[in-house]
Design a binder for this molecule. Structure first.
Ligand SMILES: Nc1ncnc2c1ncn2[C@@H]1O[C@H](COP(=O)(O)OP(=O)(O)OP(=O)(O)O)[C@@H](O)[C@H]1O
Length: 323
């Protein structure tokens, strides 16, 4: 569905040092600096996949998404989305995809969401029956009924985000680019939005590329992740493989009736210790056996074996640069 080959994007920006003298000098002499935001990125995404696109601030995620959505022209390289070249902005292309940016609203501020939806109906030339049917479905799924006729500016962030998603989906796009769709939302609304994305993807086989700083989004939604750092793709594959590769240990959280006074290094590396609980880092293959040993020797109230937190795995990927 999405094919990207040797994609590059550079921006030419004015170079100017601070100070008024520099500002005056700048009137005559203009220096430029080139920022290579995306460097030689290639990937393919098949129909119906949900792929997480991760990277630290300024890594090149939004720039890539904007190129995929046809808002930016690549410096070089090729992109096709559903067979279309995005930057040509053919009407058929616009009808088959949608871009949702958590930081930017596509709803018209002073009118109720329903009226923005009607504007979109006209823009995308959606026929009456399909519009009614889709709106009904989205209203139900996103619980929009009480919001549709309130002015957008009076909605909370979470309510607005649900309406943003509806606005983006009214024309039933096959490809969805979601840039930070849960940013700033409370935990409950984040979960609702995640559940909606999963259900929607399952039902309509929508292809989804998603960026998020919330690892909860990524863990809940994506089996596959792509990691970009300084404009380069440094990982593209299964999230579980990444975890195993970069964090080849498990976290054993053990709660005791009374914390025993022992040399923990015999069991693993202590990550945390407080009151009656100790968290140990233990090699993956030794986790089950270590848990059994602890259960046998001590008065254990509860024991939990978990993968390391995703934040830690992703942070390691950034440090290691090349995965
Ligand atoms: N229009 C522009 N002009 C100049 N430089 C730009 C422009 N847009 C992006 N950049 C630069 O390109 C690089 C990549 O930016 P981009 O917004 O794609 O990163 P990002 O991974 O989405 O970061 P974030 O997580 O902070 O949103 C950054 O160095 C940014 O400053």
């Amino acid at each position: 569905m999405i094919r990207v080959s040797h994609l590059h994007k550079s921006f030419r920006v004015h170079r100017r040092d601070a100070g008024w003298l520099e500002a005056v000098r700048h009137l005559w002499r203009r220096d430029y600096r080139v920022i290579e935001a995306v460097k030689d990125v290639s990937f393919t995404i098949e129909k119906g996949e949900i792929v997480g696109f991760l990277g630290p601030n300024g890594a090149g995620k939004t720039t890539t998404m904007k190129m995929l959505a046809g808002l930016l022209h690549p410096t070089s390289g090729e992109i096709t989305v559903g067979g279309f070249v995005p930057f040509e902005q053919k009407p058929e292309f616009k009808k088959m995809m949608s871009l949702v940016m958590g930081q930017k609203s596509q709803l018209i501020w002073d009118i109720p969401p329903l009226e923005t939806f009607l504007v979109n109906k006209a823009i995308y030339d959606i026929d009456d029956r399909l519009f009614r049917q889709t709106l009904e479905e989205l209203t139900e799924l996103l619980d929009l009924a009480p919001l549709l006729d309130k002015p957008t500016r009076s909605l909370s962030l979470g309510q607005r985000m649900r309406c943003e998603l509806a606005a983006a989906l009214l024309h039933r796009p096959h490809v969805l680019f979601l840039d930070e769709p849960t940013i700033g939302l409370d935990v409950h609304t984040q979960e609702n939005v995640r559940r909606f994305i999963v259900d929607y993807n399952r039902e309509h086989e929508t292809t989804i590329l998603l960026t998020s700083h919330y690892m909860g989004d990524v863990a809940a939604l994506c089996d596959r992740v792509m990691i970009i750092n300084y404009g380069r793709l440094i990982y593209d594959g299964d999230l579980s493989v990444l975890t195993e590769k970069l964090a080849p240990y498990k976290r054993l959280e053990v709660r005791f009736s009374r914390l025993p006074n022992v040399d923990w290094s015999e069991y693993g590396e202590v990550a945390e210790m407080e009151e009656g609980t100790v968290v140990l880092r233990v090699a993956r293959e030794a986790a089950a056996e270590t848990a059994a040993r602890l259960l046998e020797r001590f008065d254990v109230r509860d024991i939990n074996i978990e993968d390391p937190p995703l934040e830690e795995v992703i942070a390691r990927a950034f440090w290691e640069e090349r995965v």
